[in-house]
Design a protein around this ligand. Structure first.
Ligand SMILES: *Cc1c(COP(=O)(O)O)cnc(C)c1O
Length: 362
């Protein structure tokens, strides 16, 4: 028997969330972002769940090849582009679209021309200052790209640093400031793709011809102050593990490494078969919620490599073999993430390889 831990991926939730984002996209083309193994949900599984998306957007050329070979016939976009000249023939062979974000990439394109049909998107830096050309350079870059035989310019892409409602509008890289920098490029006739999940859900002024939805497709709110329920999205990953031991301890006992948690009363402490080597964050403080036998049970003591401890003193039904939800429908992944000073995205992606994944149709 494997250890009693598993990540359940809910296919129905992925499909529901895709439809939800389709509505939010209001007629714009919808790229489903499947980078980082589909945010930990499994690349090919996500490909199946998102079969109604217009395209898949990702980072790795290997992943792009994998989805093509698995039968994905619609569009594919590489969000960071290619990294080496040797990638160029593969882009053509597999009909993979790429962003172009710097002049070195253009030199590589020129060195390998002509092409039969190589589809590129111009990445514009509208204020996030990570990748891309300045909005004013776009015209020249576009002409230069069009001048390369066989290169097809598909459109312009940019990315927002702060499209979540919780960010202040005075932020130096607010959506309105980034849109202003885009200027005419933000207009529809440029075939522009700007919105991530947050901008698709909350920033109707962003517009454009296409959106790139990631985290919301997996059922986590891009803004941890707004719940999945409020957004009508469903968590697609449940991480659960069973209780493998229960300790009845006196008041004043120390639990686990570093003796971080000291019992304030005679307590029942349940040991759960999930640790930081499974992707549960070691930095989770005492009080971080888990869910067992219909009730919330707080983390009590430091998370170990293969186990964690929760206080089930008030949960009489908790027993060896009880299933504990670490995150999922009852414990939002963003709640765990916030307690750890991070975001749900990071926890999803960090799900460890050793955790068995079970697919659920619902
Ligand atoms: C990851 C990513 C997205 C998706 O962002 P979410 O916040 O997960 O919706 C969109 N565009 C780019 C360029 C990305 O890297």
């Amino acid at each position: 028997m494997p250890r009693p831990i598993c990540a359940t991926i809910h296919m129905g939730a992925l499909k529901h969330n895709l439809e939800r984002m389709r509505r939010a996209a209001e007629g714009r083309m919808l790229w489903a972002v499947v980078k980082a193994n589909a945010y930990g949900h499994g690349l090919l599984r996500a490909m199946r769940a998102f079969k109604d998306a217009d395209g898949l957007a990702m980072i790795d050329l290997c992943d792009a090849q994998a989805v093509r070979e698995a039968g994905w016939s619609k569009r594919i976009l590489l969000l960071e582009g290619f990294f080496d000249e040797s990638d160029l023939p593969l882009l053509e062979k597999y009909d993979i679209e790429t962003i172009i974000h710097n002049r070195e990439m253009i030199q590589m394109l020129k060195a390998h021309a002509p092409y039969h049909s190589l589809k590129v998107h111009i990445k514009v830096n509208s204020g996030m200052n990570r990748l891309g050309f300045l909005p004013l350079e776009e015209k020249v870059i576009k002409e230069e790209l069009i001048g390369i035989k066989g290169v097809q310019v598909m459109g312009v892409v940019t990315h927002f640093a702060n499209a979540e409602p919780s960010y202040l509008s005075e932020n130096p890289a607010s959506v309105s400031k980034q849109l202003a920098r885009m200027g005419r490029l933000a207009q529809a006739d440029e075939n522009v793709c700007m919105a991530n999940s947050a901008a698709t859900l909350w920033r109707h002024e962003v517009g454009g011809d296409a959106v790139r939805a990631g985290v919301a497709l997996y059922g986590a709110s891009p803004d941890d102050k707004i719940s999945s329920k409020e957004l009508d999205i469903i968590p697609a990953m449940t991480l659960s593990a069973k209780i493998l031991a229960i300790q009845e301890v006196n008041k004043g006992e120390a639990i686990g490494y570093g003796s971080r948690f000291i019992t304030k009363r005679p307590s029942r402490i349940a040991v759960v078969a999930c640790g930081y080597a499974d992707g549960y964050p070691r930095c989770a403080p005492d009080g971080t919620p888990t869910f067992v036998e219909g009730q919330i049970a707080p983390i009590a003591g430091s998370v170990s490599m293969d186990m964690l401890t929760i206080d089930v003193t008030d949960i009489k039904d908790a027993h060896i073999g009880s299933v504990v939800e670490l995150w999922g429908k009852n414990v939002p992944i963003n709640t765990v993430a916030r307690a750890c000073g991070t975001i749900g995205y990071e926890l999803m992606c960090a799900l460890a390889l050793r955790v068995p994944v079970v697919e659920d149709e619902n």
